[in-house]
Design a protein around this ligand. Structure first.
Ligand code: TPP
Ligand code: MG
Length: 580
């Protein structure tokens, strides 16, 4: 460390010159000691010089146009690598811009650290009106897994170690680290500084499940007539891909991947029940959740979607509090996913519980039926395009390029893409996650391109894209192999809504008709294409994926093609009173 440590000789210094270091260098050294290679952020007081120095030290520092997008990039870096993604912001407004992403990381269980510079504590605490004054630590606390502030240079090592461990151990999440402006310039002897740094050992220790819990789970599975495995993004995060595959194949149990678990086993795997989702939720009698929570995305494990028949749930999760969150869990298995799945396989030995053949045959038949129903719609060459025609070609492109990362957000643009595009490899589909949030698109695309060095295909609703659209400049600036396809249907859900008040303002859900998003990227030297047919779309995406050039394709979609809120229109509140 201390490759650029300051040498100073104060007037009163003794004859022997003492090597000094400062907050700037200690933070950089602490991050590098713990393997941090990339920082996503936006510069400004008090972290501008810090960013420069970090870049000079060999850390890759990516500057964004808005902190929220930098934060989303950091959050997905955490998901993809199991190391905390780092987001760096300025005080108050920059911090708040990054905070949405920190809360998102926490909700989605992605390890991330939001490092924010902050203003002078003495002034902030007396509320004397400092530049960008805000008690950031207090605000961050309820929105993340842990929040820390470092006041003394000698505590930087410990502060960063705590942040890293808190982010990745147990159930991963977002951590806030508050670094007041004064800290950066604090000076201390270099040798003492070196000694104060902490390398985090075994940051995410294995958590082995209790053998009784494993046996209980296997007993429940053995009594099942219609078992189902649901794989969540926690299972994808775990990087226990081989073990999970072994468990699924050994038991022959149909599996249902949640959105970001698609590809953990290929969607074309004979046991994949993705295309028979409603049937397996209703008809199964025993459900093993692996890194999936019974939240709204699974209708809380009860109600119409789950049918009348009684169900038994087995849940594999690292967080004990997750058990019984919505319904009774008959067999909780608490531990990290990799250790739990391995323990289950070992305990099954040579006599694993097997899914009964009549059940697996029924699931396969339903799946084949649904796939066959969908097939002709995907081959249409309509102009203007509908979602199915456009997705039919994108589906083949992903099949031919299974290692590309697919970013996806929107309403119809999300739900139909998820349903239609098969994934073949783990952690290749990244999307709106637990909140169904709009705005992750370009941040995710950048984070994924940087962390994986794979080509990225982002399929975006025109509304969804708007939340982070300015980052196409960032994509062009860093020359990232990102191809953005905007499903442009002139608005949110549909572009056909009318203002029921009759004025000249457009309806609340519609945008400028015939907008040409492709022209935006041309302003930054990227490739823009306006695609009006599936053939044009296919050609443009293939060219972009071959060249690796930043590309934005405006895919013109029939404004009437979508439906309200995509697949989740039922969540819109209804009143018994008639709409006026
Ligand atoms: C941060 C945030 N703000 C607002 C919403 C509400 N919302 C859900 S989907 C959506 C946009 C849907 O339109 P689009 O992306 O164009 O997809 P389409 O259905 O038209 O294909 C919006 C604004 C949200 N989910 N997240
Ligand atoms: Mg739209």
């Amino acid at each position: 460390m201390a490759d650029a440590a300051v040498k100073e000789k104060p007037a009163s210094a003794p004859e022997t010159e003492q090597e000094l270091t400062d907050g700037f260098h200690l933070i950089i050294d602490a991050l590098k000691l713990n393997g941090v290679k990339t920082i996503y952020g936006v510069p400004g007081i008090p972290i501008t010089d810090f960013g420069r120095m970090a870049q000079a030290s060999g850390i890759r520092v990516l500057s964004f146009r808005h902190e929220q997008n930098a934060g989303y990039a950091a959050s997905i870096a955490g998901f993809l690598t199991k190391q905390p993604g780092i987001c760096l912001t300025v005080s108050a407004p920059g911090f708040l811009n990054g905070l949405t992403a920190l809360a998102h990381a926490t909700t989605n269980c992605f390890p991330m650290i939001l490092i924010s510079g902050s203003s002078e504590r003495e002034i902030v605490d007396l509320q004397q009106g400092d530049y960008e004054e805000m008690d950031q630590l207090a605000i961050a606390k309820p929105l993340c897994k842990a929040a820390y502030r470092v006041l003394h240079a000698a505590d930087i090592g410990i502060g960063i170690a705590r942040a890293i461990r808190a982010a990745v151990s147990g159930r991963p999440g977002g951590v806030y680290l508050d670094l007041p402006a004064k800290l950066f310039g604090q000076v201390m002897p270099a040798e003492a500084g070196r000694k104060s740094l902490v390398k985090v050992i075994d940051a995410a220790p294995a958590q082995i499940p209790a053998p009784e819990a494993v046996k209980r789970a296997i007993d429940v599975l053995k009594s099942a007539k219609r078992p189902l495995i649901i794989l969540g993004k926690g299972a994808a995060y775990a990087q226990a891909d081989d073990a999970i595959r072994t468990l699924v194949e050994k038991t022959g149990i149909p599996f249902l991947p949640m959105s970001m678990a698609k590809g953990l086993l290929p969607d074309t795997h004979p046991q994949c029940a993705g295309a028979a989702r409603s049937t397996v939720l209703k008809d199964s009698d025993t459900v093993m959740l692996i890194g999936a929570r019974l939240n709204w995305l699974l209708s809380h494990g009860k109600g119409k979607a789950w049918g009348e028949a009684p169900k038994k749930f087995i849940q594999v999760d690292i967080e004990p509090k997750e058990m019984d969150s919505n319904v009774e869990i008959a067999a909780p298995v608490v531990g990290d996913i990799g250790s739990c799945v391995k323990a289950l396989i070992d305990a099954m030995g040579s006599a694993p519980p097997k899914a009964p053949a009549d059940w697996t045959a029924a699931v396969s038949a339903k799946r084949e039926e649904n796939v066959a129903k969908m097939a002709p719609r995907l081959m249409n060459n309509n102009v203007p395009m509908d979602y199915h025609g456009a997705l039919g070609v994108l589906r083949s492109i992903v099949k031919e390029r299974p290692d590309a990362i697919l970013v996806n957000e929107g309403a119809n643009a999300l739900d139909l893409t998820r349903g239609i595009i098969d994934m073949y490899q783990p952690r290749k589909r990244i999307d709106v996650g637990t909140w169904g949030v709009m705005g992750v698109g370009m941040g995710y695309a950048i984070g994924a391109a940087i962390e994986t060095a794979k080509p990225v295909l982002a399929i975006e609703g025109d509304s969804a894209f708007g939340f982070s659209g300015m980052e196409i400049e960032t994509i062009c600036r860093y020359r990232l192999p990102v191809c953005v396809v905007i499903f442009n249907n002139d608005g949110i859900y549909r572009g056909t809504d009318v203002n029921q008040g009759g004025g000249t303002d457009p309806a609340t859900t519609v945008f400028v008709k015939g907008a040409r998003y492709d022209k935006m990227i041309e302003a930054f030297g990227g490739v823009g294409v306006n695609a009006t047919s599936p053939d044009e779309l296919k050609r443009a995406v293939n060219a972009a994926m071959d060249s690796g050039k930043p590309t934005l394709i405006n895919a013109v979609i029939d404004p009437g093609a979508g439906s309200e809120s995509g697949r989740i229109g039922n969540l819109n509140p209804q009143s018994k009173l008639k709409k006026k």
